[in-house]
Ligand binder design. Sequence first.
Ligand SMILES: [Zn+2]
Ligand SMILES: [Zn+2]
Length: 345
Amino acid sequence: MLLYFDRTFTETVSGNRLVELKCEHCSGVYYYLLARVGRGAATAPYMIGQKRAAQKAKEKARRDLEKRLRDESELVPCPKCQWINESLVQGFRQTYYRGWGIGAIVVGSAGTFFSLLIALIFARDLMNKSYAVMTAILGPIISLTLAFLILGWRKLMRNRIQPNCDFPHTPIIPAGTPSALIRNAETGLFEAIPRPVEAPNERKGNGWVVFQLGLNTLPQVCCVCNDSADPKCNYPHVICAGLALSIPFCRYCARSWKRRKWKTALAAAVSLIGLGYIAVSSLNLEDLLFWLLLIGTIVVAPFFGLFIAGWKTSPFRVRLVDRSRSIVLLSFQNDEYRKILVEAK
Ligand SMILES: [Zn+2]
Ligand SMILES: [Zn+2]
């Protein structure tokens, strides 16, 4: 048997671009900042060429970012009349179901390839000639139909995005939509126009701040004590595959959080083992089963303990709102830090 192993490198690059728009309805000129995160991955088979794979992943991420900043857009209504240009709607639709196109190609081509391969195997046996013909015809038809169905479904889902349907009433825009910017004729500076309607997600509980990776940055002050943060002590919080946030901490708070986390984890693990022991002993099991269950509890308890401790002691919370647009909701135990973040946005 051949042993195969490899290492996959994934990279993300974030960036933004100032977009200039002329309203199709009232001809007013306005701007907004489009932010996106590009992703790229490359594999080094048998760990060979790891440097090249890492470089390739970075290049792919940069190309993905360029493409996204060129093709996609945000639903920023005209600050004068609330109309959303058709080009913005089209670009916004491109933001979603991005992987479905590749999915359709894979289903169509792999299905066709394998059905032809099976037909060839059938054709070698005289008894199976009719099966061979049937597979050679039906296989590709089914695969290609499936591929077209995936593309059709994607089009249908994308076309459901109709932000102008209530025009001239103010549209409900998605959470994290950037503010429209207007250039002040005298100063030449951009001024943000407050958004007319809050997207439903943004009302989720008090204290949550909408944050877009690639556009917003976390102020480099400790999120616990507001002292200046030490970049070496920042906590890398993984939100989902390809999205991560570096939460700023000062050296002292990073250490004290770590200590608190380990203490809570230990306490939680010991309590879980104690509870497990009580539960297992109350079952009157045979010796072997008793020890197996008890050892299982002892092995699993530290992981649960760590999970509980991470959740209970964390000075911040992150909720993913929209992965495609890299939008999250953030909340901090330290309300001062939240205020600093809101001001910095
Ligand atoms: Zn307008
Ligand atoms: Zn601190």
